[in-house]
Design a protein around this ligand. Structure first.
Ligand SMILES: *[C@@H]1O[C@H](CO)[C@@H](O)[C@H](O)[C@H]1NC(C)=O
Ligand SMILES: *[C@@H]1O[C@H](CO)[C@@H](O)[C@H](O)[C@H]1NC(C)=O
Length: 664
């Protein structure tokens, strides 16, 4: 039962109210010290939270003293003046849970304390409790009568002062003490000396008390008053475990120690690869895609082929509007809303400008210009300048890949579950993010750029180098010139929200965070959806919370980005050929420049493409698409994935290294 003492209703008090409701705590609110006291005397709450951010409202500490004087077991929490306001409901909820597991539980235990001592007093067994420095704190009446002491006579004495029997082996005390120091229990025969000098043989059990009472790790609620700032969730988790540890038996506490050790490391979501007997393809992919290289600078500057962002090449004839798209091109885009749409046809028909044309069609289908309040001409220029900044010389990361990811994104956005979860602004963000997500990609991996000490790696501190660059450059070239600034007419706040969402999605395509994104999605969305009773309200609240919408968007663009293995077989094979070629070219260059070879299996002389595809699917694709399919329902993709996997397996079983059984 919680009492909130807040002079005024504000977002902070509302946050706590809501959190109480969510946690199923009863909650009362008082606005003045008098009503607080009255309410408190009546109900004796377990937890009182007093708003002390504005000291002029009331004297919180006086209120605490009165409350504490009433001899109850309540935990008082005062939000001090420097309390970091956080009305975020989840933050309040976490705070409450932490209080419940910490201070409130401890108080409940203390309440049982009296009863426990009553029971000890009645026990027939002799019981003695000492402090860490061996001062006797308690003996029960049975102890006193067996040993022949007066009630209370032993209290406060040091054990050393109590006479010992000579019948014990000389080293027995040392044995016992060293056992206790290690936190272990000792049990055995011990001769105790009565007050009158007689020795009695006793079967003794000595138990060290670790944690509560033993070591002084318990925080008082007063200490807490000064430390109550909203902390990071991981700190809260660690605190909750710490609190639980204090009252847990040894084996549990030890297990929790190991848990804490794991939690304190940052790589929470990446599985640990046993490096030795793992498949070399997986190892290379992980090394190549999920690390930032060896973080060893070779002194070799890697120079970008494009140092200046491209402007719209003037020689390209551009369509005037959607209606002016040449019929031949329009025809290749007729089924662009189907998953099996052939992007390579479009690539050929548009003379390597698939992104501009497909972008025009898809953005108009989703009403992006209306949403952004921008003329179609601006969108057209924007698509052209973005496409011009993709390197047509890359065999994989050119604008065809961007168009492909845009296509997959648009397809996913039409799925029922996704539509339920996302707002129009999320859809627009997703389409823009897909369009720009690899802009100015140099055709080399992050690890390569870091190893080569490239300008970009230096600029971005070897972290998420490419993804940071794609996001930053996209906004630079968009806002540099009004002609292509699709954001120009947006209201400032809406622009900020949109920009944030685009950046978040582009950064989510970085593979070092792959498992983090997938696991968060599964834990926060798929599991709660599967566990819920399926009623409309609860589904909606899972799908539309701001945190979860971010997770859906990340998962969406990640799946779109690496959906090649879920495409129809011919398309899947073509993409596999292109990515392999790009990796081969990187290995060639690494050898030429004497750089570390990041992915040695991608050597054009020895590589088995089927094996590399199998590893990629096993390691990155299967779990992710299982989760995405469970959410968005994509049976056709899963069927393609299955076919393609079997196709690569078939080649591999025949020991073929090429893309096709009979390479031309
Ligand atoms: C992308 O690269 C492939 C070679 O792998 C090439 O055939 C294609 O035309 C390129 N696409 C664009 C838009 O540059
Ligand atoms: C790189 O690291 C430096 C030094 O820690 C820091 O000042 C700078 O902001 C970082 N840059 C980026 C892009 O993270």
């Amino acid at each position: 039962h919680v009492l909130l003492v807040f002079a005024k209703e504000d977002s902070q008090s509302n946050g706590f109210c809501w959190a109480c409701e969510k946690a199923n705590f009863r909650c009362s609110v008082a606005r003045t010290p008098e009503s607080a006291l009255e309410c408190f005397m009546d109900k004796q709450h377990d937890l009182v939270i007093i708003d002390h951010r504005h000291s002029r409202h009331f004297d919180a500490e006086a209120l605490c003293r009165v409350g504490a004087g009433s001899m109850c077991d309540t935990v008082f929490i005062v939000c001090p003046q420097r309390f970091v306001e956080n009305s975020n409901m989840m933050a309040c909820y976490n705070e409450l849970l932490q209080l419940e597991h910490g201070e409130v539980r401890a108080q409940v235990k203390l309440r049982a304390g009296n009863a426990i001592f009553m029971a000890l007093d009645q026990s027939q067994e002799a019981i003695e409790i000492t402090s860490e420095d061996q001062v006797i704190q308690y003996v029960n009446p049975a102890y006193e009568s067996i040993m022949g002491y007066q009630p209370g006579e032993l209290l406060g004495k040091e054990i050393i002062e109590v006479p010992k029997s000579e019948k014990n082996k000389p080293d027995l005390l040392e044995t016992i003490n060293s056992c206790i120091r290690k936190g272990k229990e000792w049990q055995g025969i011990y001769y105790a000396k009565k007050k009158n000098g007689d020795s009695v043989q006793q079967n003794v059990k000595i138990t060290p008390v670790i944690g509560q009472g033993g070591s002084q790790r318990r925080h008082s609620s007063m200490a807490r008053i000064h430390s109550m700032t909203i902390e990071a969730p991981i700190t809260k988790v660690i605190n909750i475990i710490n609190a639980a540890q204090e009252s847990s038996p040894m084996p549990v506490a030890e297990a929790l120690d190991r848990v804490l050790e794991i939690l304190r490391t940052t790589e929470l979501y990446s599985p640990q690869l046993g490096t030795k007997d793992e498949d070399p393809h997986t190892n290379d992919l992980v090394g190549g895609l999920m690390t930032d290289g060896l973080r060893r600078l070779s002194g070799n500057e890697y120079i970008f082929s494009t140092k200046q962002p491209h402007h719209i090449p003037s020689h390209l004839t551009t369509p005037l509007s959607l209606n002016d798209i040449p019929p031949r091109i329009a025809q290749t885009m007729e089924n662009e809303d189907s998953w099996d749409f052939d992007i390579f046809n479009l690539e050929a028909a548009t003379m390597k400008r698939p992104l501009t044309f497909l972008g025009l069609k898809i953005f108009s289908r989703f009403g992006v210009c209306e949403f952004l309040n921008c003329p179609e001409a601006t969108l057209r220029s924007w698509l052209q300048v973005i496409e011009a900044n993709y390197h047509s010389t890359n065999s994989y990361h050119n604008s065809s890949h961007a168009a492909d990811v845009l296509h997959a994104t648009a397809y996913f956005l039409c799925k029922e579950r996704v539509k339920q979860s996302l707002d129009p602004i999320d859809e627009v963000a997703a389409l823009i993010a897909a369009t720009v997500h690899d802009v100015d990609h140099p055709g080399r991996t992050n690890s390569f750029l870091c190893n080569a000490g490239s300008e970009l790696a230096i600029l971005y501190n070897d972290t998420a180098v490419l993804e940071s660059h794609h996001a930053a450059l996209a906004f630079q070239i968009t806002t540099r010139d009004d002609k292509c600034n699709i954001f120009k007419n947006m209201e400032r706040n809406e622009y900020r929200t949109l920009r944030q969402a685009i950046i978040d999605m582009v950064l989510a395509t970085e593979m070092t965070k792959h498992f983090e994104h997938v696991n968060k999605f599964v834990n926060s969305i798929n599991k709660p959806l599967a566990a819920g009773n399926g009623d409309e309200e609860s589904v909606k609240s899972i799908l539309t919370s701001p945190e979860n919408r971010i997770l859906v968007k990340r998962m969406l663009i990640k799946c779109a980005d690496i959906s090649n293995p879920c495409r129809p077989q011919e398309l899947c094979i073509e993409w596999a050929g292109r990515i392999s070629e790009e990796y081969f070219a990187q290995t060639d260059e690494e050898k030429r420049q004497g750089l570390p070879v990041v992915m040695p299996v991608f050597d054009r002389n020895t590589c088995s493409i089927p094996k590399s595809q199998i590893s990629f699917i096993d390691y990155f694709i299967t779990d992710m698409f299982d989760a995405w399919d469970a959410f968005a329902d994509l049976p056709n993709l899963m069927q393609h994935l299955d076919n393609n996997f079997k196709y690569w397996k078939g080649l591999d079983e025949r020991k073929l290294h090429s893309l096709r059984p009979h390479p031309e």
